[in-house]
Design a protein. Structure first.
Length: 132
């Protein structure tokens, strides 16, 4: 199994981008050698993005006043669960800060959501995102 290391730019953490800056970053990703893939109709395509329904994001944010971040983890279904195909998934959690340390909110009452809608397959139609 080949491991890929993604170098995230933490110097820009939390900065708002213009649409032009976002387009440049998307362009850079689609021209890089490190791309995540999604299987659409048995064809491997470059993953351009993913979305969760607003209600799920709001449920994460509104579950507690302690939530100060939303965390997206990458996961893998093995196909053993009835009705769920094997394949990669994204899992959304709330995060809170305790004593200046980040904690995932994973207690029994905390909201955790699985499955985002990947692009390609569910993509915005008002902009052209590369789908290689």
């Amino acid at each position: 199994t080949k491991k890929i290391i993604m170098d995230l730019n933490f110097k820009r953490y939390g900065m708002q981008l213009s649409w032009q800056q976002a387009q440049q970053l998307i362009h850079n990703y689609n021209n890089s050698s490190i791309q995540l893939k999604v299987n659409v109709n048995n064809v491997a395509m470059t993953l351009s993005g993913m979305s969760f329904p607003r209600a799920e994001v709001e449920a994460i944010l509104n579950q507690s006043t302690d939530v100060d971040h939303v965390f997206f983890a990458l996961g893998q279904h093995d196909g053993s669960e009835p009705g769920v195909e094997a394949g990669s998934t994204t899992i959304m959690f709330g995060m809170k800060t305790v004593n200046n340390q980040p904690y995932l909110m994973v207690d029994s009452g905390d909201k955790i959501y699985d499955y985002c809608k990947p692009c390609p397959s569910y993509c915005p139609i008002n902009v052209q995102l590369p789908q290689l």
